[in-house]
Ligand binder design. Structure first.
Ligand code: ATP
Ligand code: MG
Length: 267
């Protein structure tokens, strides 16, 4: 999965990243789905271990253009994990109270505790994406946020948080198809927002903002992965693989029993 990792300091050019590719994976969709099912089993076991051990904190950040597949990723990759130890935090347009604080205030409150995994559906990165594209704050304010985010994430990492960040990379054509599908299917109308069409017109500005974000904030302790996401199964496969590999790397262990259990007989 190294091919999708953004090396710290790398200058990202999204036009050189193919949203449709399936990379080194030799099989097609059928094999992909089988691999995902296996990984999902492993993820469930690792998450149980994370919760039981209660030592590590795991933060998964998902960012994407509209229709990029954040919701689908959460539904499928995390299918079957124990809801007791996994939370999703969704970041919408900030409330007046949130806006009256610094931009990380609402974020820090929902970062994972020991044993927890938290998935950010959108994140503090909106503050250098939508905010930058629409000039919601002046450039001298948003431009300082890359360093502020890096420092914030370093602090989380130093305090035991494993951070993984995924940018779900779709093509403009794929977005058109997904928007059209939402329009054609009455059961998907609730997902259609006319505002998304306005954002689609700003596609190039968003891609530039994403490139800056990916180039400036991929760090060893908080790496970005650019996930080709036109094919949903391949998107899920990449994310599941990175998650499982990373969790295995934590070398977690079930805790020792609190009491001596030798010779105990339950009557
Ligand atoms: P879906 O992708 O399924 O439509 P969503 O995450 O887009 O779900 P919405 O309620 O449609 O959910 O949109 C949330 C909106 O909030 C997005 O347009 C996003 O850009 C915006 N937003 C998030 N954080 C900020 C922020 N800090 N400042 C301004 N807008 C923000
Ligand atoms: Mg939306």
């Amino acid at each position: 999965m190294k091919r999708y990792l953004v090396e710290p300091g790398e200058k990202v050019d999204l036009t050189k990243r193919d949203p449709h590719e399936t990379g080194d994976f030799k099989g097609g969709k059928k094999e992909g789905l089988e691999a995902i099912a296996k990984l999902n089993q492993e993820l469930q076991e690792l998450q149980e271990l994370l919760y039981a051990e209660g030592k590590h904190k795991v933060l998964v950040v998902l960012q994407a253009m509209d229709t990029g597949g954040k919701d689908g990723t959460i539904r499928r990759v995390f299918d079957g994990v124990n809801p007791q130890g996994v939370k999703v935090a969704s970041f919408k347009v900030p409330t007046p109270e949130e806006l009256s604080h610094d931009f990380l205030w609402r974020v820090h409150k929902v970062t994972p505790a020991n044993g927890e995994m938290v998935i950010f559906n959108r994140s503090h990165y909106e503050d250098v994406l939508v905010v930058r594209v629409h000039d919601y704050v002046p450039k001298d304010v948003w431009s300082k946020r890359y360093d502020q985010i890096n420092e914030f994430e370093s602090m989380l990492a130093e305090n035991g948080t494993t951070i993984l960040k995924f940018y779900l990379h779709i093509s403009k054509e794929e977005q058109k198809e997904r928007l059209q599908a939402r329009l054609d299917d009455p059961s998907k109308h609730w997902k259609f927002s006319v505002g998304d069409l306005g954002e689609r017109k700003l596609w190039d500005d968003y891609q530039k903002a994403y490139e800056a974000m990916l180039s400036k904030t991929s760090k060893k302790h908080a790496p970005w992965y650019i996930v080709p996401a036109d094919r949903k199964w391949h998107r899920d496969l990449v994310i599941s693989t990175v998650l499982v590999d990373t969790l295995k790397g934590l070398k977690m262990k079930y805790p020792e029993p609190k009491d001596n259990l030798d010779g105990i007989v339950i009557e």
